[in-house]
Design a protein around this ligand. Structure first.
Ligand code: ADP
Length: 412
């Protein structure tokens, strides 16, 4: 094949057009098979093909009459392709006797596929890309009449109409699917907005009410109150303000997770020491729970953002305490694997239903059975953001009224 012809077959624009049609390696299709059958029967030709010429092969979107194994594998290498010459020139190729034709007499299709007489018309898109050829084949020399060539040309036009119709249907389906995805996203955003409004209005209103009532009492009766009582009200106001600051910080953090990403400055972390500290801290908040730390494997520094990792683990630990109001054991387990660090946090608390387990990492989502316990539904979304910032994954397994385990997989 000449260099120009080779370039035409390997033309990237042509190959891209071929790929975009999504016809390569697809099942047979009755609408194409009808056309090859029609060609074979009208022309009394044993073989007819819709051949799509790819980089190193021709793929038969439809074939009739090919010998095995070609009929089943529905493709041949280009060493067995006459159709590539149709693609190379973009014009019809009419051959009476291939064995005598200078272009194809060495072609292996003569020996292996009995191609002797060949009439192939290019399959050209409206953009001018030649996809392959629609052809009829005889296994003996044959003089193609003008009428026969006219019939193949007409059928080629029908093949192209079919290809373009299929492409249009596919594009429409893709557009519909994209609209559906956008619609789902829109619905999800709207659900998120409602959850945001519900949670924040409740979470803002409660502390503000407490602050207002304590402030009013102090304002009116502070001179009649004992020092102790006054201190109590100031502490209450302080506590509620800290709660509000925490809520605002969580909202800002989740905003970052969902937009620009969390600030990330990794350093080597002594995970065992960090976890020991967190366990000691959380123990101060409860006298109903046993908080236990266990370590497996050979501890080594983990390269991560210490502040973020600390935030993730302490979120999980405080949830474990919060969602096991009857007490029980809370376990933090560290496992050093050669290529990964595994962290489990488990409790013996209220657990959750399977339908909640798949949604609790969404911002503002709260499970029904925990709705009486104070919370915003932001913690786990933040933990997930942190874990993913470390290229890790988080999973949850839980049994209602028995307990919950969170597993963090962090690649080393
Ligand atoms: P919050 O605790 O503030 O509601 P989270 O994002 O931390 O927010 O948790 C989301 C939801 O997941 C909680 O509302 C709760 O329903 C459920 N959840 C989280 N941790 C646990 C746990 N250890 N046991 C049972 N349910 C849990």
């Amino acid at each position: 094949m000449s260099l120009e012809a080779l370039e035409a077959v390997h033309n990237p624009h042509r190959l891209e057009a071929l790929r975009c049609l999504c016809l390569l390696d697809t099942p047979t299709d009755p609408s194409f098979d009808r056309l090859t059958q029609l060609a074979a029967s009208v022309l009394h030709a044993p073989v007819a093909l819709v051949s799509l010429v790819d980089v190193n092969r021709q793929f038969f979107k439809s074939q009739i009459g090919l010998p095995e194994p070609w009929a089943t594998i529905r493709e041949t290498p280009l060493s067995h392709s006459f159709c590539q010459h149709v693609v190379a020139t973009g014009t019809p190729l009419i051959i009476e006797d291939a064995r005598k034709h200078p272009l194809v007499r060495e072609n292996l299709a003569i020996r292996d596929l009995n191609v002797i007489a060949y009439a192939g018309i290019p399959l050209i898109t409206s953009d001018g890309d030649v996809l392959g050829s629609f052809c009829a084949i005889h296994d003996v020399p044959h003089h193609w009449t003008q009428r026969e060539i006219e019939i193949i040309t007409q059928l080629t036009a029908s093949v192209m109409t079919e290809i373009e119709l299929l492409s249009e249907i596919r594009e429409r389906k893709e557009a519909q699917a994209a609209v559906q995805v956008a619609l789902e996203r829109e619905k999800e955003l709207s659900r998120l907005k409602s959850r945001f409004v519900a949670v924040t209005s409740h979470e803002l209103r409660t502390p503000l009410t407490v602050i207002r009532s304590s402030a009013a009492l102090l304002h009116q009766y502070s001179d009649k109150m004992s020092e102790e009582r006054r201190e109590e009200h100031f502490n209450r106001i302080d506590g509620q303000i800290n709660h509000l600051i925490g809520l605002l910080n969580d909202i800002l953090t989740i905003g970052k997770v969902e937009s620009t990403g969390l600030d990330f400055s990794p350093t080597p972390i002594d995970m065992e020491a960090l976890c020991r500290e967190l366990v000691e801290e959380i123990k101060q908040t409860t006298d109903k729970h046993q908080v236990l730390l266990s370590v497996h494997g050979i501890p080594r520094p983990y390269e991560g953002d210490a502040k973020l990792i600390q935030c993730a683990i302490s979120n999980l630990l405080s949830n474990a305490i919060k969602y096991s109001p009857q007490g029980g054991s809370v376990r933090l387990h560290l496992q050093f694997e050669p290529k990964m660090l595994l962290i489990n946090v488990s409790d013996e608390g209220i657990g959750m239903e399977a339908k909640d387990q798949v949604r609790i990492f969404e911002a503002f989502y709260r499970a029904e059975n925990g709705s009486r316990i104070q919370g915003t539904g932001l913690g786990l979304a933040i933990v997930k953001g942190i874990v993913e910032r470390h290229n890790g994954t988080i999973t949850c397994t839980s049994v209602l009224n028995e307990g919950t385990t969170f597993n963090l997989y962090l690649p080393a």
